[in-house]
Design a protein around this ligand. Structure first.
Ligand SMILES: *Cc1c(COP(=O)(O)O)cnc(C)c1O
Length: 425
């Protein structure tokens, strides 16, 4: 069920009317629903109940401290991709002991920080990274727990920018090189080889590529066991998609169904080969936890009719929400107070000096200047990808909890934006 719905002719987030939020906090503003967040995380938590499983929220999807705090309280771990994200986990009261560190380019300083904080595991993506991590750990007289990110070479059938599990990708260790890479890792003095992981792509609507990847991981775990390398966990990554609402879009497989199939396969394998001895299972969902918890609230500044196209120029722009221009992503546009009357086809664009500055194209809308629009399903990869291009302060963020509204990030002032800069004198 959507937590953003029209009630009495006005779009609400749970029971709060969005115009009230625009009045208080201005626009553009990201608006999130706490209930939606709890429900999305709950779907994972319920499917994992009673198992040795850990849901490590991939916080690059949305790393606001309020969101991290709420998820940490529900028992979430975190999947981080930088030292900065680890500092966010800690600032939000999350547990570094439930945090895994992904990414192809970890620096020495990031490794040191993560070892100091005693994170659960490094998801290592290459042999040079193994050597660097071993050296850093040795220098600190510590041991680093590692998992290898394996590239199972399955086609996730998604947008090329968000497909990560194919051979031609920069991510992970090639499936055919995995055994050798594990042997190299096991031979290093300050590493404990504890797991295997993969992440094949994002916005997957069907779970068959994920189950195919699982089979590849299982094959490797068995082969490694024969060599005396026993893994304690299996991490299948994130990637489950959401419904952005475009016409003809196929809905994603529900979380419970996907996890049900995955655990069934794992249980059968463990029963068959390991006398039923379980293996810890880790997930790294990002988008499926936060995407539909948020909208970007924006105001129409001008309408500009054209010979070929009509433009609705809004106060949000590509710097606030990159997905449309970066991935040619389709995002829903909902007038906050829908009007009767004739609809025209509009491109919804921002004020930035780039032709790529659009949020939606060819949408039938009946709107007037000053109207509010909600860009739907904007909770993932929205605010975290925002920039200050054109010296635009980033949007405010608020979270609705029932009938309460909490400001969870203040709008940036222009003065904040150049406060770290200095002239030559
Ligand atoms: C981005 C990312 C995720 C999360 O992907 P979603 O599609 O948002 O679920 C998980 N793991 C890794 C390694 C990632 O880079």
């Amino acid at each position: 069920m959507s937590h953003f719905s029209i009630q009495n002719g006005v779009l609400h987030a749970d029971s709060v009317a969005l115009p009230a939020i625009a009045d208080t906090y201005g626009t553009p503003t990201y608006v999130y629903s706490k209930t939606a967040l709890m429900q999305n995380f709950g779907a994972y938590a319920d499917a994992c109940a009673g198992r040795d499983a850990l849901v490590c929220y991939a916080m690059k999807a949305n790393s606001n401290l309020a969101i991290l705090d709420l998820l940490a309280r529900e028992g979430a771990g975190f999947d981080i991709v930088s030292g900065g994200e680890l500092l966010r986990v800690i600032a939000a009261g999350g547990d570094p002991g439930k945090t895994i560190f992904s990414g192809v380019g970890k620096t020495v300083d990031e490794m040191k920080l993560a070892l100091e904080k005693n994170i659960l595991c490094f998801n290592v993506e290459s042999i040079p990274e193994l050597h660097r991590l071993n050296e850093v750990a040795a220098g600190m007289d510590k041991r680093a727990r590692v998992s290898l990110r394996v590239n199972p070479n399955v086609d996730a059938k998604t947008h090329p920018y968000i497909a990560t599990g194919l051979k031609a990708n920069k991510f992970g260790v090639a499936f055919d090189d995995a055994l050798e890479t594990y042997r190299a890792a096991a031979a290093l003095s300050h590493l404990d080889v504890v797991g295997i992981d993969c992440h094949i792509g994002s916005q997957l609507l069907d779970d068959s590529p994920l189950l195919e990847a699982l089979d590849k991981l299982i094959e490797l775990i068995d082969a490694l066991g024969k060599e005396g390398i026993d893994l304690h966990h299996l991490d299948i990554g994130g990637g489950l998609g959401v419904n952005y609402g475009a016409e003809g879009d196929k809905p994603p497989v529900p979380v419970g169904e996907y996890l049900g199939r995955l655990f069934k396969r794992i249980d059968a394998w463990r029963a068959d080969k390991y006398d039923g001895r379980p293996i810890k299972v880790i997930f790294e969902p990002g988008r499926s936890i936060v995407a539909d918890t948020g909208v970007l609230l924006t105001k129409i500044e001008f309408l500009k009719p054209g010979a070929e196209k009509n433009f609705a120029i809004v106060d949000a722009a590509m710097n606030d929400l990159m997905r449309p221009t970066l991935y040619q992503a389709w995002m829903g546009v909902q007038p906050v107070t829908p009007r009767a009357g004739e609809q025209l086809a509009y491109d919804v664009v921002g004020p930035i000096c780039e032709s790529g500055d659009w949020l939606a194209r060819e949408r039938a809308l009946a709107v007037e200047p000053g109207d509010l629009l909600a860009i739907m399903t904007a909770g993932a990869y929205g605010m975290t990808m925002a920039s200050n291009y054109n010296t635009r302060g980033r949007a405010a963020e608020v979270m609705v909890d029932g009938d309460q509204v909490h400001l969870i990030r203040q709008r940036e002032n222009p003065a904040d934006l150049f406060s770290l800069e200095s002239t030559l004198s």
